[in-house]
Design a protein around this ligand. Sequence first.
Ligand SMILES: Cc1cc2nc3c(=O)[nH]c(=O)nc-3n(C[C@H](O)[C@H](O)[C@H](O)COP(=O)(O)O)c2cc1C
Length: 342
Amino acid sequence: MSLLLSPVQIAKLALKNRVVMPPMCMYEVHKEDGVATPFHFAHYGARAIGQVGLIIIEATAVAPDGRLTNQDLGLWNEEQAQKLKELVATLHFLGAKVGIQLGHGGRKAKDAVQPIASSAIPFNETYKRPHEMTKEMIKQTQQDFIDATKRAIAAGVDMIEIHGAHGYLLNEFLAPQTNQRKDEYGGTLENRYRFVREIIQEIRQFYQGSLWIRLSLSDYSEPQNSLEEWQTLAQWLEADGIDCIDVSTGGLLDRTPNMPIHAGYQVPFATQIKEAVSIPVTAVGLLDNPGLCEFLLQTNQTDLVAIGRGLIRNTNWLADAAKELKERDFQVYNHSYFRGQQ
Ligand SMILES: Cc1cc2nc3c(=O)[nH]c(=O)nc-3n(C[C@H](O)[C@H](O)[C@H](O)COP(=O)(O)O)c2cc1C
């Protein structure tokens, strides 16, 4: 049996295979109320039928002005929580484990009335200048994360991923180019981590389930956190109770990285984090080739693989992967789907 398609225990989470659907915003909330629609049931349901081991629901905002656009999902009220509960139950019925990514867009919250950020530096000239967060705003936003986490738990999710990547609010605190604060939330690495740390530590007061974080390991621009600093940060995250680090890159700056983008280009970052901690990591980025995924798992470069655009293109990605890996034991959804493979 391939590692890719065989079961695995990731911290507290038993998964039927090592394929993760990473969070991908769909901008499908046309009523702009943050509530999941029939689209989300069909979209995630199709991937659950496709046997994805862990589906991480797209970046879901913890506050109205934390949305990237007004078409994003939200989790700041009970109506949103109730629909999420129905969505999670549906995906469980279809056999998937379900997580949710909780986030705040910070200075990249394009539709926000007044975006907030670690420092008052706009993303580019088309974005509004964010308000540098006061201590009260910091406490309120941390509380928004806590409240959304409680709603996600009540909705029955199997894991929660804190969005610390791609230049959104938490990433803005972690990164030296976007955090120019002079108080205890800026300056040293430890200070820049404080906003994130306080959220994680508070969540760990009441939640013992699976808690992940997504990080952007490179800003493709100097100054940035060094590899050693990211490894130190990963060790702090582990000590503070994070169960898995989902390793991505980029998104902090409005610049296209001057580097070749090729299959697996982000994997070395995941491996370098894996080497520094004892918790598992997830790698992502152009990993559509099942043979490549299997090689990365067999050589211990990552513990899980996330397939984003590959799963948008092909809900049947896992069955196709099984064929390519000559995996006879792979179970499709039911006998009728099995007949569809013949
Ligand atoms: C349409 C789309 C929406 C995305 N939305 C999110 C998101 O909500 N949160 C996030 O962390 N990453 C998001 N991403 C990044 C993906 O999770 C993933 O890291 C990226 O697509 C690279 O993986 P891939 O090459 O397998 O697609 C998005 C990507 C796409 C294509």
